[in-house]
Design a protein around this ligand. Structure first.
Ligand SMILES: Nc1ncnc2c1ncn2[C@@H]1O[C@H](COP(=O)(O)OP(=O)(O)OP(=O)(O)O)[C@@H](O)[C@H]1O
Ligand SMILES: [Mg+2]
Length: 265
C-alpha cells in the first residue's frame, strides 16, 4: 500500500525551542484524517512542513512517495491542495472567484501562467459541485466568508490533487454555512478517486464519519493517533486537554461539553 504522508522522527526547532518534536505519522492512500490540537500546538507548522514550506530540523518527510531533499517541491505542491486562512490573507481581493480557483492549477497565489478555456471550464465544474457557481464573475472581496471558503476549496481541487489539506476551513462561518461546508467535505470524501483529506479543526462536532483516523497534537508532540472512535472519548480528550470534558455521539457526530462543576475549578 502507498503512503500519502510518511513522517519519521521529525522535529523542528526555532530560537532554541522545539516547535515540533519526535513526530511519527503515516497516512495511507484512501484514508482521511482529522487533526486536533489547542492553539499553538503545532498543527499549521506540521502542515507547512508537509507542503515543503519549512524543513525538518531532524527526521525524514516524504509526501506522495517523494522524499524531501530529493524532489522538486514546486512540482510536488501541484499535487497538494492547501486551504488555510493564511492563504486567504494573501489572495488578490480584486481577482474574480474563478480566477482564484484557476490559480490552484499552478499552486500560485496570482494568475501568472497562461490559462485556457479548458482550465476555466474545469473551474466552473468544480464550483458547481461545491455549490458556488452563483459567484462566478464576482470579485473575491465581495464574497461572504462561506463563499470564500468554498472558493479556496475549489482552488485546492483545481490541480486534481492527491492530498487536500483543510486547515480550519470552517472558521468564521455561521452554523448553517458551516454545515453546508461540511456537507461539501462529506460529498468530496465519498467520491471515487478523491484526494486524501486532512481536516484541521478545534471542534470535534466537525469531525465527520469519513475521518476515520485522528491525530491529537499537544505542545508539538503526538499525544495520540489512530481510529477516531478510539480517540474522541471522554477519557482521552480529558487527558489531552488536561481538563474534564464529556464526549457524546449523536447522529454519527461527536459532541464535547465541559461539565459545569469543572468550569469553576
Ligand atoms: N517561524 C516561527 N518561528 C518561531 N516560532 C514559530 C514559528 N512558526 C510557528 N511558531 C510557533 O510554533 C507554535 C505552533 O504554531 P502553529 O501555528 O503551528 O500552531 P497551531 O496548532 O496551528 O495553532 P492554531 O490552532 O492557533 O492555528 C506557536 O507557538 C508559534 O508561535
Ligand atoms: Mg493553525
Amino acid at each position: 500500500m502507498e503512503t500519502v504522508i510518511d513522517i519519521v522522527d521529525v522535529s523542528w526547532k526555532r530560537q532554541g525551542q522545539f516547535i515540533l518534536s519526535d513526530i511519527d505519522w503515516k497516512v495511507w492512500k484512501g484514508e482521511h484524517w482529522a487533526l486536533l490540537g489547542l492553539n499553538g500546538s503545532g498543527k499549521t507548522t506540521l502542515l507547512n512542513m508537509i507542503n515543503g514550506y519549512i524543513w525538518p530540523t531532524t527526521g525524514r518527510v516524504s509526501v506522495l512517495g517523494q522524499v524531501f531533499g530529493e524532489t522538486d517541491m514546486r512540482e510536488l505542491r501541484k499535487s497538494i491542495g492547501w486551504v488555510s486562512s493564511s492563504l486567504q490573507e494573501r489572495l488578490q481581493e480584486t481577482a474574480t472567484a474563478e480566477e482564484i480557483v484557476v490559480s490552484g492549477k499552478f499552486a500560485s497565489i496570482g494568475l501568472y501562467e497562461s490559462t485556457n478555456d479548458t482550465d476555466f471550464e474545469k473551474a466552473y465544474h468544480i464550483m458547481d459541485q461545491l455549490g458556488c457557481s452563483h459567484i462566478i464573475g464576482r470579485t473575491y472581496q465581495t464574497c461572504s466568508q462561506g463563499e470564500k471558503q468554498k472558493i479556496l476549496i475549489a482552488r485546492g481541487l483545481m490541480g486534481s490533487p492527491e492530498l487536500l489539506i483543510l486547515d480550519e476551513p470552517t472558521s468564521g462561518l455561521d452554523f448553517l454555512a458551516r454545515e453546508d461546508l461540511l456537507l461539501v467535505v462529506e460529498n468530496l470524501a465519498a467520491q471515487d478517486n478523491t484526494p486524501t483529506i486532512i481536516f484541521v479543526t478545534h471542534h470535534i462536532e466537525e469531525i465527520l464519519p469519513a475521518f476515520s483516523k485522528s491525530l491529537l497534537l499537544r505542545e508539538g508532540s503526538v499525544f495520540k493517533k489512530g481510529y477516531t472512535k478510539d480517540i474522541l472519548t471522554t477519557d482521552t480528550l480529558s487527558k489531552f486537554y488536561s481538563t474534564p470534558v464529556e464526549v457524546e455521539r449523536k447522529n454519527n457526530r461527536f459532541l464535547m461539553s465541559v461539565p459545569v462543576t469543572s468550569r469553576y475549578l
